[in-house]
Each structure stands twice: as structure tokens, then as C-alpha cells.
Design a binder for this molecule. Structure first.
Ligand code: AMP
Length: 418
């Protein structure tokens, strides 16, 4: 069911309480918190500019980090209000209180077109508990509710869904922001009726994390390309040797069931034919988390079994070339999860080749390419190709749950279109 859009709201002179995803990476620079990557703030500008141009009184709420219900100065949203003000080219006021008398006073002082950011909702434990009294105190700041925080929509928290129920009960509408709308369009509608061939590329660490997505997409895909560490669980299921590779021994049955479903539905199901391995050698050092650090020695390409002392870290060049050829013939692509441990340049080539192929198909053939969040978006941005795909989701966990077909509380709570 399509959701009410912020475009359909009559917002002039109204207090619009909008949940945004401003959980931006920050760094302590000599006692001053500095924003490392402002992408998430930038993503909200279209909705904000629309609301400002229509004369709404915009009240923003967001979380930052995990303060566990306590006021934690390093997780204050104040630096975000400053960055947002610069991006919008107009003042953005900041309320040190998330709700309560002072916050209500600040909201009462807003004029049409003004913007106010509330302090981190997670400074209150009631936020994550979806406490109805806390949600009601937030709702006192609103005539209308908008959710533009797709990245937090899988959480049933007070600011992502509890407050919406109260705003609606008090007679206000609850709508999707423009970013939320785009996420629902590309991860939802566009994949329900994809132009064919529809090629799904799945990678990442674990089969168990992605199996519900694989299962659901096997109902619609023409081809599935598997990469990342999860490919080794498939290899193990076929009786192959995987050495020290990251495998899930208790999920070999899951892997075989996915392949059987693919066969039954005539979906082309591709597994890597070669792989980049290395030999981990203990350095005797511990990392920040107290775990032993290994030196990954002698990176090399193999096909067939992985030696007992070695570990697989990337798809090999033959696999990457074969996957790129399939991608070149696609009309719709969904990609979730890197092809290897791309954070290390020695194991990034497979992911890079796939990223390039996806970007090229989009640019040359008009293929619709949808990057389903998390590390695959990081990888495509790292390759400098983020602007050359059709859509890159801003959600990590939220994208995965949405692709699995799990209803997201932050979406369910919005009004349906009439
Ligand atoms: P996911 O969140 O499941 O998409 O997994 C992404 C993570 O999987 C990234 O941090 C990758 O470094 C990691 N990864 C992918 N392939 C491998 C591999 N072959 N060995 C170890 N880690 C991998």
C-alpha cells in the first residue's frame, strides 16, 4: 500500500515534526566533535527545502550514536545543526532539550519556514523502549509527522513510530519524506516488477544474514551471482575444502536449499570458480578489541580447494570477469554485499570489477541499478562510482529487512494513500 507523501500535506504555518537520520560519523578533534561524512544530512535537504518553501515550521528529531539513555556531550547533535544551517543557507536553531517545557518554548517561537533541531532522542532511555508517555511528549511538538529516516525505520522506537500513532490520534497526518519515498520506490516497487533480465548480486560475510533476502529474490530474479565469504559456505556444502575461510558449518543445508530453489525456478545461480586466498600468520599483537592480529601473507589466486593453512578473501579474476559479463546483459540489478574483504586493497579487486560493471551497465545500457545499502554502498563510493548507479540506499539493516519483506515499523506507522 502506497504511503502518504510529504508533498500531499498542507504544511503552511504548521509544526511539522520530522524524524531524520543524522547518525553521522564524528571525530573528536582536540575536544571539538567534527563531522567526518555529512552525506546523511545532505540526503534530507530535498524534503527540508520543500517544507521551508511551503512555510512549514520544521522540528527535526534524530539520534546520534549509542548514548544508552544518558546525556553524553560527545553525542550531542549541536554540530549537526551548525552543518545543516550551512547547507541550507539559513539559521537552524538547536534545542538542548529533546522534549519538555524548553523544547515546547523553542517550537512555539518558530516562524513559518524556520527550522529547529532537537537534542539526541537517545539521551532518553524511553526512546528505544518506545515509551508512550515519552512519545506523547514528543507529539506535543507536532501538528503533522513526517518520517524521512529510512535508515532507522526498522526500529520500533518512540521517534520512529510511537509518536506517529499519537499525532494521528490527535488528528494530524503522518507522511513519508522524499528520501523515504525514494527508498520505498527503489527497494520496493521497482523490484516488484523488474525489467528483465533481473540480476541479483549477493555478497558479504554470512549466508545466515542474507538467506531470507536470497529466498525472496529467487521468486523474481533471472540470475543470482554469489560472492563474499558466504560463497565458501556454498563451497563447503558441495564437499569442497575451505581452509581457514569464514564459513557457517551449520548453514550448508541452507545453502543447498537455496540452490535447489533456484534450480526449480530456473534461476541461473552462479558461484565463484576461482578465489583470492592468503595465509594468515599470527603477529603476536592484539588489536584495540583485544583480538590477535594476523599478517595475511602470500595473496594468490586459486581454483579448487583452499589449503588448510589459507583463507579466502575475494572472488578471483575469472569469476569477476564472468560476473561482469552477466551484469552487462542485465536490465535491472540489485546488489547487496561486497565480493570480498574490500577494505584491504589486496582483496578489493573483485568488488571493484563488479562495481565498475554495474556502473557501466547503468550508464551505457540504461540498466536500473539499485545498491541495497551498507557495505556495498561504501564499496561503490570507494570506487568513485556512487553517482553512476541509479540508486544507492541509505539504509543498512533497514534495507536488508525491507528486501526480506519484513514490514518496517517506521513505514507501517505512516498513513496510507487514500
Ligand atoms: P555484510 O555486512 O554481510 O554485507 O558483510 C560485509 C563484510 O563482509 C565486509 O566487512 C567484508 O570485509 C566482509 N567480507 C566479505 N568477504 C569476505 C571474506 N571472503 N572474508 C572475510 N570477510 C569478508
Amino acid at each position: 500500500m502506497a504511503k502518504l507523501s510529504v508533498r500531499d500535506l498542507n504544511v503552511t504555518g504548521k509544526r511539522v515534526l520530522m524524524r531524520v537520520d543524522y547518525n553521522v560519523p564524528m571525530e573528536d578533534n582536540g575536544g571539538v566533535m567534527v563531522i567526518n561524512d555529512a552525506t546523511r544530512i545532505k540526503e534530507t535537504l530535498p524534503t527540508l527545502n520543500l517544507l521551508i518553501s511551503k512555510g512549514a515550521r520544521v522540528v527535526l528529531m534524530a539520534h546520534l550514536g549509542r548514548p544508552d539513555g544518558k546525556r553524553e556531550p560527545s553525542m550531542s547533535l549541536r554540530p549537526v545543526s551548525e552543518a545543516l544551517s550551512e547547507m541550507l543557507g539559513k539559521p537552524v536553531s538547536f534545542s538542548e532539550e529533546t522534549m519538555g517545557e524548553k523544547a515546547e518554548g523553542a517550537v512555539a517561537g518558530l516562524k513559518d519556514g524556520d527550522v529547529l533541531l532537537l537534542e539526541n532522542v537517545r539521551f532518553h532511555a524511553e526512546e528505544e523502549d518506545n515509551d508512550p508517555v515519552f512519545a506523547a511528549r514528543l507529539a506535543r511538538l507536532a501538528d503533522l509527522y513526517v518520517n524521512d529516516a529510512f535508515g532507522a525505520a526498522h526500529r520500533a522506537h518512540a521517534s520512529t513510530c510511537g509518536v506517529a500513532r499519537i499525532v494521528r490520534a490527535w488528528g494530524g497526518s503522518c507522511a513519508a519524506g522524499l528520501l523515504m519515498e525514494r527508498e520505498l520506490k527503489f527497494l520496493g516497487d521497482e523490484l516488484d516488477q523488474p525489467a528483465r533480465p533481473f540480476v541479483v548480486i549477493l555478497g558479504g560475510a554470512k549466508v545466515s544474514d542474507k538467506i531470507r533476502v536470497i529466498d525472496r529474490l529467487l521468486d523474481r530474479a533471472d540470475t543470482v551471482l554469489i560472492g563474499g565469504a558466504m560463497a565458501y559456505t556454498f563451497k563447503l556444502a558441495h564437499g569442497g575444502k575451505t581452509g581457514k575461510s569464514l564459513v557457517e558449518k551449520d548453514h550448508t543445508g541452507t545453502a543447498l536449499a537455496a540452490e535447489a530453489k533456484a534450480k526449480q525456478r530456473h534461476v541461473n545461480f552462479h558461484l565463484p570458480t576461482d578465489t583470492v586466498i592468503a595465509t594468515p600468520v599470527a603477529t603476536g599483537k592484539l588489536n584495540k578489541k583485544g583480538k590477535p592480529v594476523y599478517d595475511l601473507q602470500n595473496p594468490r589466486v586459486i581454483s579448487g580447494d583452499i589449503p588448510d593453512d589459507s583463507e579466502g578473501f575475494d572472488i578471483g579474476p575469472a569469476t569477476a570477469a564472468a560476473y561482469a559479463a552477466v551484469i552487462a546483459g542485465a536490465k535491472t540489478i540489485l546488489w547487496n554485499g561486497p565480493m570480498g574483504m574490500f577494505e584491504d586493497p589486496r582483496f578489493a579487486e573483485g568488488t571493484h570489477v563488479v562495481a565498475k560493471a554495474v556502473a557501466e551497465a547503468t550508464q551505457k545500457n540504461g540498466t536500473k541499478s539499485i545498491i541495497g545499502g551498507g557495505d556495498s554502498v561504501k564499496a561503490i563510493n570507494k570506487a568513485g562510482l556512487g553517482s553512476q548507479v541509479t540508486f544507492a540506499s541509505t539504509g543498512g539493516g533497514a534495507s536488508l529487512e525491507f528486501l526480506e519483506g519484513t514490514p518496517l515499523p517506521g513505514v507501517v506507522c505512516l498513513d496510507n494513500c487514500q
